[in-house]
Design a protein around this ligand. Structure first.
Ligand code: 3H9
Length: 690
């Protein structure tokens, strides 16, 4: 046999084992021997049943994503599944770990599926801008019903073994040696005798489909798709499974898959899949890690509390420190409230809530942080305050403890220089709410030790964060680029655009919300305080704040919010204020189109990204994309700002930046040299096309 596929025979039951580390993807070098093995076993009179299993940590986690966009080498997955369905003796997929995408589709080609208790099954293709292209949209509805299949396929979220069992996707769930159980299961089934019906021929559940309910769900998901094509295609394919004969629905699925796999959106989403994994890689991957048991968090406000929850959720013991008992109790109370909400939503059990809360120890005494292995401060954003905190930590922390700051802007080299152990100091920039938002900017200061950095990169993964290592500069990667994106916001207002028009240009682009909606949600006072501290002004935003209009929390900001409403409505007072301030400056309002809004906001964003790359604040363009998609809501279907720059065309971006630079004289529009190189080579690192 081959290295990737082997066959064993246990008293008449053949066990076919796929072994393609790390995740048993269905690469060509797996499909080819798998096909050969299955043909041989089909025709082998000595074999009564076939178990399909995997070596290593998981069942097949999908097609090999690296093969997409290249010519398909036969046999493709569909051919393997079709062959499985020609086998008359019982076939059983033995699923451990994850059966995802093409992996689950392979299992759907079997007559039966058995799983161990920890297994998860799903069709996550939608997250790659695709639909299941190996028959998943046509076979899954036959087992679990069309509406349930629609939900699984469009969400892309795997279901656990027990749920899959309840839904009819899995035939038995076992604890212990799965292969042994699967062999017994197969032998027993074979003994009872057939005929065994392939999934393709099981139409009973489909006939019960209520298409009106189905279509109502599709309307809802089309609204939520925000311009993404894949969820809509997924829904269409599942509907076809109900309304068309099997082979026609399968052919339609294939046609949709072929279109999607060549689309910019899928290319963008596949780029992000690999970008996230690449971002977590550091040079010197064998760097030893420090042991982290207990984590200390200083400050129990929104940020500190969220950070503490993120670590508790990741299984760590947490010491939460505040300056007074009152503030501490308030913080702990907020944490308990958040967990209570999770229980009410059904995402956490009462027992798990109790266990989580038991992981917290509250204190008002720095000495209680002495047994922590990592201490993160989330105190007021002020250099003097931060240095005072670090001074205290320097006095009590054991040698080798990692000391982290959650600063969004401050110079971490300066903070590190204020302690006796700069090698242990780094930045952990969480995004609010820190227990929910996936992004973590890990800031490497000049003297940060490689093992300290490697430790927190590893830790980030363990607490479910998408980590990106960045260098020190004002605002690091995300907030520095955000400032560039926002630099023209006020100018656009003064020249004639309304907040509503600008926000709409953003949401039409695919952002979940526009800059003014975001400002109102976050609180306009935050930026106001920041500007005042740095001696900066923004005439419209500052005036709104002076009027007590801080956004949603005060019921008024750039928009008006009815009591309790989260969506604002345009406020004529704000529009009048904008016109008044424009008139004071002698600016005649003019009509401003969406194109201009995009090029004056997003092109400077990309330009700043290019400068960040030049300065080596980010190691790769794809790291910047990961920051923007996971921390700021950049549309995944566009792959992040640096990937989108490739789609938009660097030459066009430069031409428009130069135009605006000439008109305004502003530095944000001055094209970075790296952007020019991108225009010449087609890639940010000068190697291959982006
Ligand atoms: C599909 O199936 C289409 C079909 O319907 C139709 C076909 C016609 N291919 O995530 P990890 C690599 S679409 C190639 O860190 P974990 C990954 O890049 C597919 N490579 O591990 C990484 O490489 P490196 C549908 C893959 O334990 C390494 O494996 N399936 C693939 O945290 C380890 O990955 C999916 O979308 C792949 N399919 O998580 C599932 N998968 O070490 C995608 C992983 O060089 N995969 N790699 O950086 C996952 O969700 C996670 O990898 C999994 C394990 C949960 C399985």
């Amino acid at each position: 046999m081959s290295n990737s596929v082997s066959v064993a025979n246990e008293n008449g039951v053949a066990i076919v084992t796929i072994d393609n580390p790390p995740v048993n993807a269905l690469s060509f070098h797996v499909r080819e021997p798998l096909m050969q093995a299955l043909v041989a076993l089909r025709d082998d009179a000595e074999v009564a049943a076939i178990v399909l299993a995997c070596a290593g940590r998981t069942f097949v986690a999908g097609a090999d994503i690296t093969e997409f966009g290249k010519p398909v080498q036969q046999p493709d997955l569909r051919a393997v599944v079709a062959l499985l369905e020609t086998i008359a003796k019982p076939t059983v997929a033995a699923i451990h770990g994850t059966a995802l995408g093409g992996g689950l589709e392979l299992a759907l080609g079997c007559h039966f599926r058995v799983a161990n208790t920890g297994a998860r099954l799903g069709l996550p293709e939608v997250k790659l801008g695709l639909l299941p292209g190996g028959g998943g949209t046509v076979r899954l509805p036959r087992l679990v019903g069309a509406v349930k299949a629609l939900r699984i396929i469009v969400s892309g979220t795997p279901v656990g073994a027990q749920e899959a069992h309840g839904a009819g996707l899995v035939d038995a769930v076992f604890e212990g040696d799965l292969t042994a159980h699967a062999v017994n299961f197969a032998r027993e089934i074979a003994r009872k005798g057939g005929p065994f019906t392939p999934v393709r021929d099981r139409d009973d559940l489909l006939k019960e489909t209520d298409l009106a309910t189905f279509d109502a769900e599709v309307v809802d998901l089309a609204r939520k798709a925000r311009g993404l094509e894949a969820p809509i295609a997924c829904a269409q394919a599942v509907r076809n499974a109900v309304t068309l004969p099997f082979d026609d629905a399968l052919a339609a699925e294939r046609a949709l898959f072929v279109t999607l796999v060549a689309s910019d959106q899928s290319r963008a989403q596949r780029h992000l899949f690999f970008a996230e994994r690449e971002a977590a890689k550091l040079p010197g991957k064998d760097t030893p890690k420090r042991r982290i048991g207990r984590v200390g968090v200083i400050g129990a406000g929104t940020m500190g509390g969220g950070i503490a929850m993120a670590f508790a959720n990741g299984g760590f013991a947490v010491t939460l420190l505040e300056t007074s008992q009152e503030a501490l109790q308030r913080g702990l109370g907020m944490i308990e409230k958040n967990y209570t909400v999770s229980v009410a939503r059904g995402s956490l059990s009462e027992d798990a809530k109790r266990d989580r809360l038991a992981q917290f120890k509250g204190s008002t005494d720095y000495a209680d942080l002495a047994d922590c292995d990592l201490i993160i401060e989330a105190v007021f954003e002020d250099m003097a305050v931060k240095k005072e905190v670090f001074g205290k930590l320097d006095a009590i922390a054991r040698p080798g403890v990692i000391l982290a700051t959650n600063t969004s802007y401050l110079d971490i080299n300066e903070i590190a220089a204020s302690v006796s152990r700069p090698q242990d100091v780094l930045g952990l920039h969480f995004f609010s709410p820190a227990n929910v938002m996936k992004l973590l900017e890990i800031v490497r200061a000049e003297k940060t030790a490689p093992d300290a950095l490697a430790t927190v990169v590893d830790l980030a993964r363990r607490v479910g964060k998408v980590a990106v290592v960045v260098g020190v500069c004002h605002g690091f990667v995300g907030n520095r680029m955000l400032a560039a994106r926002g630099s023209e916001s006020e100018a656009l207002l003064l020249e004639g655009a309304t907040p509503g028009q600008i926000d709409k240009a953003f949401t039409d682009f695919g952002w979940p919300m526009g800059p003014f909606q975001m400002g109102d949600l976050a609180g306009l006072d935050i930026g106001w305080r920041n500007r005042k501290a740095r001696g900066l002004t923004a005439v419209i935003s500052d005036t709104l704040c002076e009027q007590g209009r801080f956004g949603q929390k005060s019921g008024r900001g750039f928009y008006l919010y009815e009591a309790g409403a989260r969506a604002g409505v345009p406020d004529p007072e704000v529009e009048a204020l904008i016109r008044e301030k424009a008139a004071e400056r002698g600016i005649e309002p003019r009509a401003i189109g969406a194109d201009e809004i995009i090029e004056r906001t997003l092109y400077p964003l990309i330009n700043e990204g290019a400068k960040i790359l030049e300065e080596k604040i980010a190691a790769r363009a794809s790291d910047i994309d990961v920051v923007w998609v996971n921390g700021y809501g950049f549309p995944i279907g566009k792959g992040g700002p640096m990937f989108w720059a490739g789609l938009e065309g660097a030459a066009k971006i430069i031409e428009r930046l130069e135009y605006w630079h000439q008109r305004t004289g502003k530095d944000v529009f001055k094209p970075a040299p790296l952007l020019k190189r991108m225009a010449e080579t087609g890639s940010w690192d000068g190697s291959a096309a982006a």
